[in-house]
Design a protein around this ligand. Structure first.
Ligand SMILES: [Fe+2]
Length: 292
């Protein structure tokens, strides 16, 4: 039996200049629902999982949002213990979960990736019995997409230490990594000059909802950072909106491929050439990098 990795991305913690404004933005344009309750911060959920986004105050004077942490569930305490041991064995500091995470899970730990971004891993994420009573909402949050100058080190950290599994590469430029929920990727890492969380992706209920989300954004003059693309690796159709005050780009997608259990165990990652058509198969030419 191979050693297992994390199960699924569950949430991102965003530090934002104006929590109420971002709460309204995510409600209207991503379809997230505020979690009702007497909390010291705002949590927003897509479906039954406790929250997909946690909002905290940015440092005074900040006018753009920042990603403070990313959380992943792990399917059992045995797998969690193995991951914690792997992290410690590789010489990384093991941290306690943030209090804001610990109250919604059974147990877990935190670790900083090679770029200094905190990742949290935990078991038994709290669930709601039913989805929010609204039509326009995602099914789930599915991945963050990181850009980093420490590309190789970051990919090795997530593959060798945290046991994500490579689904596809675009040579030494992009790695698409999957976790045990078997989506094509629950983490992607691209080589860039500066570290950033480029986007956070939500799977919508269907393509109609992706297009309605796109129309809502366009009519409200929310910048569309990248319009409709057809992704080669994940086979999803998506667009990206971006208002830096509210977070990284938010990708709304439909059709992200789910591997079978057999594919998950046997899939050999492709090495795709560095060509924009390997990110968006609808691009008609090889040198069109604009708009990504
Ligand atoms: Fe994505």
């Amino acid at each position: 039996m191979r050693q297992k990795g994390p199960y699924a991305m569950e949430f991102a913690r965003l530090a934002v200049p104006d929590v109420d404004a971002t709460k309204s933005f995510l409600d209207e344009f991503v379809g997230l629902d505020p979690v009702e309750g007497n909390f010291d911060r705002v949590y927003m959920r897509a479906a039954n999982d406790h929250h997909s986004i946690e909002l905290i105050d940015a440092a005074p004077g900040a006018d753009v949002a920042d990603v403070a942490a990313i959380g992943y569930s792990v399917e059992s305490e045995a797998v969690l213990d193995e991951l914690r041991a792997s992290v410690a064995g590789a010489g990384h500091d093991v941290h306690d979960l943030a209090e804001a995470t610990a109250q919604w899970v059974t147990t877990g730990f935190g670790v900083d990736d090679p770029n200094g971004l905190r990742f949290e891993f935990f078991t038994e994420y709290s669930q709601f019995a039913d989805v929010p009573f609204r039509l326009f909402r995602p099914n789930e949050v599915v991945h963050p997409f990181l850009g980093t100058p420490k590309w190789r080190e970051t990919v090795d950290f997530f593959v060798d230490v945290l046991r994500f599994r490579p689904s596809d590469y675009i040579r030494d430029n992009v790695a698409f990594l999957r976790s045990e929920n078997r989506y094509h990727h629950s983490l992607a890492i691209r080589k860039t000059e500066q570290f950033e969380v480029e986007h956070i992706c939500f799977i919508m209920q269907n393509l109609d909802h992706v297009m309605r989300g796109r129309a809502k954004a366009i009519y409200a003059d929310i910048p569309i950072a990248s319009d409709l693309v057809n992704h080669s690796g994940s086979e999803s159709i998506a667009f990206y909106m971006h208002d830096p005050a509210h977070g990284p780009r938010f990708e709304l997608c439909d059709g992200h491929v789910l591997m079978s259990e057999e594919q998950h165990e046997t899939h050999k990652p492709r090495q795709m050439s560095l060509d924009p058509r390997n990110i968006d198969i609808w691009r008609p030419v090889a040198d069109d990098w604009a708009g990504f």
